[in-house]
Design a protein around this ligand. Structure first.
Ligand code: FUB
Ligand code: ZN
Length: 663
């Protein structure tokens, strides 16, 4: 059976967008070389712990050195987290997409040398994991609760598929297939195999992708097995630890994590709330959605939908961030979305985008693409500084530098982006997402082209019996005007579907300057007709400034609003507005103005308004509490909002997304 993959080949889409091209070049020219230095311990930087925890290994990366030792080229021990290999794999994946976007023989040479090294580090039976090869061969696949062996394998498979797609070189794919074969030999329902799964989902994503390029059904079945086995035997991870005669922990503290942390509390298909470690959960869902699409498994898709609904209706921040607590980097409960203690890990935001993208393959509905957009434009790109060399692991919605310094429970809430982390999962995750941003713009299903995201690009898309060239021009996210012109060899009947973003309340769609008939379904405007060469579709999405209110059950946001214009959520920063942002209040009749400032933060549309600020000194002197306080007095204050993603690129200071408002 032919594999139907409605994802657009990255080679066939060229991003020409002012906003995203900047990120793509930043990753290519700054982040990739910088990460390469870091992975080789050659960058002169301070690696920070993501929170105050002395167990976090933060002296160096050692990631390439680990491979050299495992390959027998050097002697020594493994250093870093047990999943340090995944930093190299994610770097390789980002390099692959970058090479797809733009040829670079020098970079390709470095990537080839990394692949040679990985091949040398791979054991004869296909096993690949430097920690276990170097320091604990007798513990292989014995402690999956902490080992991340399959997690690393999954990241390698993703990188291998990307590199193969970019270069057509087979070596990387054969290393990945050998690894996948080793996994298929060791795991599965058959007697003598391990009837289990990894503590951290990811291999399921890699196996499904490997299936699509190799067409080896075994890999898809393995992915499906891991997903369906998860939680079926919910004690598996713990029983393995019990059986292991060596009791030494591999990651301190993880052994005590409860079942929900690993999403093993229930069979995956019965889960209906997003529980536990947020990155694990969205990786699980990403795989589930892909396998549901590839196997047309309705039950799997239904589970995905339930989890999607719970996340996006009850457990997601306005920025698209997820994970409400540092404890276990996890979800907590419905409507628990504190702004200053949250987690909102960058990996979780990009993971949510992956989940959305895979859902769109089965079901083109804007409930997915609206969140895809929200996550990408806000809590994903806030993970990187404008210089491409500093990163957030955690993306807060409210920051007070004093709290981050003096409150030990907020040590994870950084006020400025560090150069690197002991646990370096986030920076390369963002790099691979940004370099492959083109993948998220369209999907093609039968004779319909879905436009999910608006960004300037040129794409070649294959329909049932024809190929079309699309040119999208726009200054999004600063403007909602989008022009899409068509190149077709001959008049062709097909459908174009355009997402109508949830933030847009007024829009027009024209064809060659005239009104055109369209049908609306699931948040998309569908135009079906005989399209001819040079047809021009113009979409105008009115980009007003919206005051977003939160569901009153979100205690932290009651009486406050957040500003959003187009896909961008805004925030106040101390640099523009002075300190004590919590004293600022928007008035009932507030009037906002928006102006593009090319010189601010790399070019942004800033929002200004007149607001009021509570005067404290008059009433309070030195008292902490007073009885029957007089009516509060305010001073007028002009305030400036900047897009959330661009915060923390100037001096250290307070930041706030949700602002008090007179009702
Ligand atoms: O466990 C591997 C990675 O480290 C996770 O995905 C991140 O959340 C961080 O905990
Ligand atoms: Zn991360």
């Amino acid at each position: 059976m032919k594999i139907i993959n409605n994802e657009v080949d990255l080679k066939k889409i060229h991003i020409k967008d002012k906003f995203w091209s900047k990120y793509i070049s930043l990753v290519k020219n700054e982040m990739i070389p910088y990460q390469w230095q870091v992975l080789n311990d050659e960058a002169n930087i301070k690696i920070e712990r993501e929170r105050n925890d002395k167990n976090i290994p933060a002296e160096k990366s050692h990631a390439i050195e680990n491979f050299k030792i495992a390959a027998g080229l050097k002697s020594g021990h493994h250093y870093g987290y047990v999943f340090q290999d995944s930093d190299v794999y994610k770097w390789l994946e980002a390099v692959s997409y970058s090479l797809t976007n733009e040829k670079d023989p020098e970079l390709e040479k470095i990537a080839d040398s990394v692949i040679d090294l990985i091949e040398l580090a791979q054991e004869k039976d296909g096993y690949l994991d430097t920690y276990f090869t170097i320091d604990a061969p007798e513990r292989k696949f014995k402690r999956l609760l902490e080992s991340h062996e399959l997690y690393c394998a999954g990241h390698f498979m993703e990188a291998a598929v990307a590199y193969y797609n970019a270069t057509g070189k087979n070596k990387v794919l054969s290393i990945a297939s050998k690894l996948a074969d080793c996994i298929c030999k060791c795991f599965g329902p058959e007697e003598g195999k391990i009837h289990g799964y990894d503590g951290h989902e990811e291999v399921e994503i890699g196996l499904a992708k490997l299936y699509v390029v190799t067409e080896n059904k075994k890999y898809l079945e393995m992915s499906e097995y891991f997903l369906k086995q998860r939680g079926k035997d919910s004690d598996f991870l713990y029983e393995q630890l019990e059986k292991d005669i060596n009791k030494e922990e591999i990651i301190k503290g993880m052994n005590t994590s409860e079942k929900k942390y690993f999403q093993v509390h229930k069979p995956v298909l019965d889960q209906d709330t997003a529980e536990g470690h947020a990155v694990r959960l969205v990786y699980m869902c990403t795989a589930l959605a892909d396998v549901a699409y590839l196997t047309k498994d309705a039950e799997m898709l239904a589970a995905c939908k339930r989890l999607w609904t719970n996340i996006t209706k009850k457990r997601m921040y306005v920025t698209g961030g997820i994970g409400s607590t540092v404890s276990g980097e996890a979800f907590t409960f419905d409507y628990d979305l504190p702004n200053d203690t949250m987690y909102c890990e960058t990996c979780a935001s990009v993971g949510l985008a992956f989940f959305a993208h895979n859902m769109l393959k089965s079901e083109p509905s804007s409930i997915y693409s609206n969140v895809l957009e929200r996550s990408l434009y806000n809590s994903s790109i806030s993970g990187m500084a404008l210089d491409g060399k500093h990163f957030f692991y955690v993306n807060p919605l409210e920051v007070d530098p004093k709290a981050s310094k003096y409150d030990p429970t907020k040590s994870h809430v950084k006020v400025t982006r560090p150069s690197w982390f002991g646990c370096a999962c986030c920076p390369p995750n963002l790099a691979r997402t940004l370099t492959s941003i083109g993948k998220y713009v369209y999907t093609v299903s039968n004779n319909t082209v879905y436009t999910h995201l608006y960004m300037a690009n040129e794409a070649e898309l294959s329909l049932n019996n024809s190929t079309i060239l699309l040119k999208q021009e726009t200054n999004y996210p600063w403007s909602g005007n989008i022009k899409i012109s068509l190149k077709v060899d001959q008049t062709t009947n097909f459908t174009m579907a355009f997402r109508l973003p949830d933030w847009c309340h007024s829009y027009t769609i024209k064809l060659n300057g005239e009104n055109v008939d369209y049908k609306i379904s699931d948040g998309y405007a569908y135009i079906t007709k005989d399209f001819k060469n040079s047809d021009l579709i113009e979409i105008n999405l009115e980009m007003e400034i919206h005051e977003i209110s939160a569901n009153p059950h979100i205690k932290d946001d009651l009486g406050k609003v957040a500003l959003q214009r187009g896909p961008l959520v805004y925030c106040l920063e101390e640099s523009d507005n002075g300190d004590n942002l919590h004293l600022i209040k928007l008035t009932k009749d507030v009037k906002y103005e928006c102006e593009y400032d090319p010189n601010l933060l790399g070019g942004i549309a800033k929002i200004t308004c007149n607001a009021k600020k509570l005067i404290v000194s008059d009433n309070w002197n030195d008292d902490l509490y007073i009885a029957d306080a007089k009516a509060p007095k305010y001073e007028n204050k002009k305030i400036t909002f900047i897009p959330y993603y661009s915060w923390a690129n100037r001096e250290i200071g307070e930041m706030k997304v949700w602002i008090n408002k007179d009702i």
